[in-house]
Each structure stands twice: as structure tokens, then as C-alpha cells.
Design a protein around this ligand. Structure first.
Ligand SMILES: [Zn+2]
Length: 90
């Protein structure tokens, strides 16, 4: 039974089962796992975190805009109510 393979990154030989090279293709040796695959996965996670943060900030901005718009509507309604009250005053 041959438990070796060719690393998909450096094309060197790995023993046993090698490592899943994702986000690279195929399987890789331990050196490439440590040098390329693990850092690439960490970068992917931080990129996702940045994306989520950007979405949350956008949602917060939209929420603030809606609260401000509602407050403006309420104050306009108050002005309108007071104006009508004065008009209808005897
Ligand atoms: Zn390698």
C-alpha cells in the first residue's frame, strides 16, 4: 500500500495522507499546510469578519436614518396638529 502523494502546491512528495489544501486544490504536504494553507484560511476568516462588520455598520446607519425620519415625521405631525388646533380655535 502506497501512502504517499504529490503536494498540489509545491509538487513535492508527502507521506501518509497529506493535508486538505483548501482553499488551494487537492492535497498538500505539511510544510505547505503550515506556510500557505493555514495562513490562507486565517485570511479568509478575517475577510469574512470584515464583510460582516461592513454589513452591520450599514444596517446601523439605515436604522439611525429610519429613527431620524420617524422623529422628523412626528415633529411635522405635531406642527400640523398644533396648526389645525389654532385654526379650529373659536
Ligand atoms: Zn508542499
Amino acid at each position: 500500500m502506497d501512502n504517499t502523494g504529490i503536494c498540489s502546491i509545491c509538487e513535492g512528495q508527502y507521506i501518509e495522507y497529506g493535508n486538505n489544501a483548501y482553499p488551494f486544490a487537492g492535497r498538500c504536504c505539511h510544510d505547505c499546510d503550515n506556510r500557505f494553507v493555514i495562513p490562507a484560511r486565517i485570511m479568509q476568516i478575517s475577510a469574512d469578519a470584515q464583510y460582516e462588520l461592513a454589513i452591520l455598520q450599514q444596517v446601523a446607519r439605515l436604522g439611525r436614518t429610519m429613527v431620524q425620519a420617524q422623529a422628523k415625521m412626528r415633529s411635522l405631525q405635531l406642527v400640523k396638529d398644533n396648526t389645525n388646533a389654532e385654526d379650529s380655535a373659536p
